[in-house]
Structure formats: C-alpha cells, structure tokens
Design a protein around this ligand. Structure first.
Ligand code: NIG
Ligand code: FE
Length: 402
C-alpha cells in the first residue's frame, strides 16, 4: 500500500539537493510518497508518481518528524514546588535530582511505565517521532535496570545514566558508587541500553570519574553521550570530544577551547533551552557554536526537575529568541541535528529510504513554529508510515493580510 501526500504548500526535506539549495532543502507545492513505512519519493507535486491512496495537505507545511535526542522520562512524582521556589529566586542545583530518585524508587513498575507512555504520547502530539530516554532516577542496580527495561518498550534510544548523581547512601563513599556504576550496575543495564551517559559537572561527577564510567560503558558496546556545561565550565566537553561521544548536552557554559574542540569533532552540541527557561540560567549561545563550525541539536530534556516540557515547538521558539538561531537553523537542529546526535541516518530528513516520519503543520510555513510560540500547530503526524491526527486547525489567517 502506497500513500501520496500531496497539496503540501511547503515541504522541508533536510536534503540540500532539493528545492531552494539551503540545508533545509525547501520545496513549494510538493508531494511525498510513503510505502510500507518508508519514504519512497519526495519532490514537486506535478511530478509525483501514482499511489494507492491520496491525502491532500491543503497547502499546509510539512516538516520531518522531530528527533528529541535528550529526555529523562522514567520517573515518579513532580517538582512543581522546586520550580516555584526558583521562580522566587532560588537557584538550581543538581541536588533536586535526589527528590525524584526517592519517588522513583518507591513507585511500582506500572506507575513508571504509565508515566513513560503518557509522556511519549505528549511527544508524538508535539511531532516528536524519535526520542531518546535515559535512566538516572533509580541509582540502584535494580532500579536502573528496570528503568531501562521500561524505556525500551517505547524507544530503541535508551541511555544508561547510573552516573546522574551520587545517591545519598553513598555520600561519603563516592568511589564505591563509581565502581558500582561501572561494574555490576553496568552489567545489569547494558543489555537494555544503547548509550551510556554521565552528568559531568561540579556537584555530580568529575572528569576522572566520568571517564571511568564512560569507557566502561564503551567497552560493553554502548555509545557515549555526556551531560556537561550546564552549571559552569568544566572538563566534560573536552572529555566528550576525546571519547568521540555522539553528543555533549547542555553546553550553556563553554570556554573558547570547548567551542574549538567541538568544531573540530563529530560530537554534536545539544542545546536544551527548556532548561534555561525553567532554571533561569543564561542561554546557551547557539550562534557562537554554529559560527565556529560546530554541529548542534535541539532537544527538550523533558524531565521533572530542570525542563518539564515535551514541546519541541516551544524549544524551537526559545532557541530562536534567545540562542541566536534563525527559524531554519532551529528546525534543522531539532530534526537532522537530533538524528546526528543519535548517529541515526534513517530519521531527521524526508528522503527516499528514510522512515516515513512527517509532521503536518496547521500553518503555511515552518517559520510559524517560532513565529507563533505556544500555539499547537501540529495538525497531523506520520510516524513510521502510521497516521495520527493531532489537533484541530487554529483560526485561519484571513487571506490578503500582509
Ligand atoms: O538534564 N543535568 C542533569 N540532569 C537533568 C536534570 C534532572 C533533574 O533536575 O531532575 C538535566 O537537566
Ligand atoms: Fe538531562
């Protein structure tokens, strides 16, 4: 069964060989053919091949499904009071993570699984068709393993984050905790994880501890990703580059040497504007990274402490307003950038052979993602070829207005 999506007023392919010659590869009056969950063809509507079924997109813009390369979805409870306290002037520290660890340990599997499913549904409604999901709120062998088992029911992009913080019971023997994370906990978690991650930051793990955990994970066949530069400059970015991490995430505080190292590497710098919003910290400088030649991604970091949003559209709008990105750069970072941060070549672009992941916007242009912040613009999502109708169309803009 093939489906022709036609009447696409503006199609963002992320294929520079298409359309306007930019990295977004934008076509107007375009069509896409989907066959068995894959893109079979994309191009000008008047050259589209026949298909078994036809969907008229009525002039709407269509963009690639968003790729959210950073999320922490396996947890119980919430931290609304902590958010409110920050809004009254208290600063963010990594310590709040332990509140969620206590609630997560106390929760049963069904509760945790229902939380993941609920957030995955929110993400799909936001147009996210690929997402990564970390452990890191269990911090015991069993709780980390079960977090990854639960996450793996919803995504193949599972990340072992036993080194999120040192749990309270190991406070005065942190070396023992690092040995646990790189030994028995890794043994239990590696079968359920694709990636290993460490929060390399003062208040969490230093460079030596982080290296020990990351190399142990790498030796077990896991890909490397790192949290760094969230609370201050440190060694995490250079460590990530040294280990050829797929991504180093946050990058709010970067030295010139960090930026230079990223630019000369294949490690993607992932920006998480929901964190800066929620923790009232300075905005990461996306412009500086792009101008230096570094590759960037944009992700939600959906988690109950520092960024409790599943709205990638909100993150795009923040990145345009506060991180120096154009709407085109922000969209590219949230699609192709996320795919690069997960080292995936089958998602993040509308090209033949890719997974059929499409987002139809209730708007004539992708620019509306930033131009109309907070408005639910996702009208329909196609994920692996399956169609989901999401929202009703927002009020039409009268034709003829400037
Ligand atoms: O990505 N930085 C560390 N981990 C999360 C925060 C988790 C939390 O506050 O619960 C992050 O921001
Ligand atoms: Fe995170």
């Amino acid at each position: 069964m093939t489906t022709l999506y036609t009447g696409i007023g503006q199609l963002v392919t992320n294929d520079p060989a298409q359309g306007d010659g930019t990295e977004l590869g934008v076509l107007t009056d375009a069509a896409v053919v989907v066959d068995s969950g894959r893109i079979a063809w994309a191009g000008p509507a008047d050259r589209a091949p026949d298909a078994d079924r036809r969907v008229d997109c009525e002039g709407d813009a269509v963009v690639p499904g968003f790729v959210d390369s950073h999320a922490h979805l396996v947890f119980a409870g919430h931290r609304a009071e902590e958010f409110a306290a920050r809004a009254s002037g208290r600063s963010y520290t990594a310590g709040g993570i332990r509140t969620t660890v206590a609630a997560t340990r106390a929760a049963d599997d069904e509760t945790l699984a229902a939380g993941v499913t609920g957030l995955a549904t929110e993400m799909l409604a936001a147009g996210i068709t690929t997402f990564e999901c970390k452990s890191g709120y269990g911090l015991t062998v069993d709780d980390e393993r079960r977090a990854l088992e639960i996450a793996a029911r919803s995504t193949p992009e599972t990340t072992y984050l036993g080194a999120h913080v040192v749990p309270a019971e190991f406070a005065d023997r942190r070396d023992d905790y690092v040995e646990l994370v790189r030994g028995p906990m890794l043994d239990a978690c590696a079968p359920h994880a694709r990636w290993v991650d460490v929060f390399c930051e003062s208040g969490a793990f230093d460079a030596d501890e982080s290296r020990a955990v990351l190399t142990a994970g790498r030796d077990r066949g896991l890909g490397v990703r790192v949290h760094a530069g969230q609370l201050g400059e440190g060694d995490g970015v250079r460590l990530a580059v040294e280990l050829d991490a797929a991504a180093v995430d946050h990058c709010t505080f970067l030295s010139d040497a960090d930026v230079e190292a990223l630019a000369g590497s294949s490690t993607v710098a992932t920006l998480l504007p929901g964190v800066e919003f929620s923790t009232r910290t300075p905005w990461a400088d996306g412009r500086r990274l792009l101008d230096a030649g570094a590759r960037i991604a944009l992700a939600t970091d959906c988690n109950p402490g520092s960024s409790f949003t599943s709205s990638i559209g909100f993150c795009i709008a923040l990145a345009v307003r506060h991180m120096g990105l154009s709407p085109a750069e922000a969209l590219h970072a949230a699609t192709a950038g996320g795919a690069a941060a997960l080292r995936r070549t089958d998602v993040g672009a509308i090209v033949p052979g890719a997974r059929a992941d499409l987002v139809r916007l209730a708007a004539p242009s992708y620019v509306h993602l930033a131009y109309r912040p907070g408005v639910p613009l996702v009208r329909e999502v196609v994920a692996g070829g399956a169609r989901y109708t999401v929202g009703r169309r927002p009020a039409p803009v009268p034709e003829g207005t400037a």
